[in-house]
Design a protein around this ligand. Structure first.
Ligand SMILES: Cc1cc2nc3c(=O)[nH]c(=O)nc-3n(C[C@H](O)[C@H](O)[C@H](O)COP(=O)(O)O)c2cc1C
Length: 174
């Protein structure tokens, strides 16, 4: 089976998730093709794949614009074939953030006209080395506001790798 993983990643966590998924798919004996939707020169024929995974991260409540463009361009195929949407955010790391995480997915669906059969809301990471003052400000005053985090000045990886692996197994087997 040939599986396409189209993704957008701003600071690298989604890319790390995509690399883990590609490794798992290969270990299951299938072929995985990664496609960074910001790569405007990359050539791609999505209809030559058996399954498609679309993965992106949330910044200021929105997924990457290039990911939205990709989905709009290939919407008909995404609607008919087996496809999985993975939305990575910090909201998904907190019990009181799940409604926000769902809101980001709903907003993406509304913008693109694609309502995935299955969506996975996955917690991302905090990587202070990747941010300048502006991003730090947004994180501290908007994204992490009202969310209890011990030592917010340190890097954190919240991604639940075990759950991701189980969901990928299920998607491949479906
Ligand atoms: C400037 C900035 C804005 C962010 N905005 C949001 C947000 O609105 N909601 C949220 O849940 N997470 C937000 N995040 C957290 C990211 O979704 C999280 O760090 C994710 O792991 C980033 O994935 P990436 O490295 O693949 O881009 C934001 C992060 C940054 C740096």
């Amino acid at each position: 089976m040939k599986i396409l993983i189209a993704y957008g990643s701003t600071e690298g966590q989604t890319r790390k998730v995509v690399n883990a998924i590609a490794k798992q798919i290969k270990e299951l004996g299938h072929e995985a093709k990664k496609f960074d939707t910001s790569d405007l020169l990359g050539e791609l024929h999505p209809n030559s794949f058996d399954r498609i995974i679309v993965a992106g991260s949330v910044h200021e409540k929105m997924h990457q614009e290039s990911l939205e463009f990709f989905v709009v361009a290939h919407r008909e195929q995404l609607k008919t074939g087996p496809a999985l949407f993975i939305s990575i955010s910090l909201a998904a790391a907190f019990a009181n953030g799940m409604a926000d995480a769902q809101g980001y997915v709903d907003h993406f669906s509304k913008n693109t006209g694609w309502h995935p059969q299955k969506s996975l809301m996955l917690a991302g990471a905090l990587r202070h080395g990747e941010y300048g003052l502006f991003k730090e400000h947004i994180l501290e005053h908007i994204v992490l506001k009202g969310r209890d985090l011990e030592d917010p000045a340190s890097d954190h990886e919240f991604t639940d790798w075990e759950r991701l692996s189980l969901d990928i197994d299920e998607f491949i087997a479906s």
